[in-house]
Design a protein around this ligand. Sequence first.
Ligand SMILES: Cc1ncc(C[n+]2csc(CCOP(=O)(O)OP(=O)(O)O)c2C)c(N)n1
Ligand SMILES: [Mg+2]
Length: 249
Amino acid sequence: MAHAGRTPHVGSALSCVDLLVALYFSVLRVDPSKPNDPDRDRLLLSKGHGCMAQYGALAERGFFPESALDEYARDGGRLAEHPGPHCVPGIEAATGSLGHGLPMGAGMALAAKLRGASYRVFVVLSDGECYEGSVWEAALFAPVQHLDGLTAIVDYNGWSAMSRTHLAMDPFAEKWRAFGWSVREVDGHDVSAVASVLAAVPFEPGRPSAIIARTLKGKGVSFMENDLEWHYRPPNDDDLRRALLEISG
Ligand SMILES: Cc1ncc(C[n+]2csc(CCOP(=O)(O)OP(=O)(O)O)c2C)c(N)n1
Ligand SMILES: [Mg+2]
């Protein structure tokens, strides 16, 4: 998709794709034939720039035909470089302007609680996104409201757009705990480990859950892993050939 659409962010998509596979294939109570079911679990990919991974997972899960992936980043196509609300079934909100997913997710979780609805809300954030103050406003709000239907999953790959994130973020799990969240850490590329952790939410009744997922930007393609160039550079023909060879094993 990045090659055909000549877009950036392939490293960002590879960083979170295993988290999305665990969510869509093991955890979320969703039915592709009823994408607007009021009781469906909600997933917000707050790091909307990683949406190639979400579009791919949604297509594979049956929310829309795989052929629609050809519309990615095309004029007039439904699949924009950052998702628009309900642009295709399964996309719940506009994301990509970093810092908005957790506040929206907290609102959705509060709405569920007020209505006595059973749906749960999962928000996938990026670590660089956590530079945004609005993330921490929502992080303050959710425990006070006892939103145990809300789970934040942070794709902690150690990179923002320009620099490493550790200096500002660490000790990251402790920060979430201090805000009142129940926290677990996991290898974000071990799909079954991620699925088991997610199966255990809420970790504590009455508290929102946070999962710090240790990830690699560009995971799965040796020359993209941990190389910030792939935040920006669309793969050329040769990059595509080499990457697909590695991914297909
Ligand atoms: C509010 C806002 N500011 C800036 C950007 C531009 N931008 C896109 S991705 C990114 C940061 C990338 O690092 P991270 O958030 O950790 O995501 P990763 O790709 O590493 O998963 C930035 C600053 C944005 N999308 N939204
Ligand atoms: Mg990052």
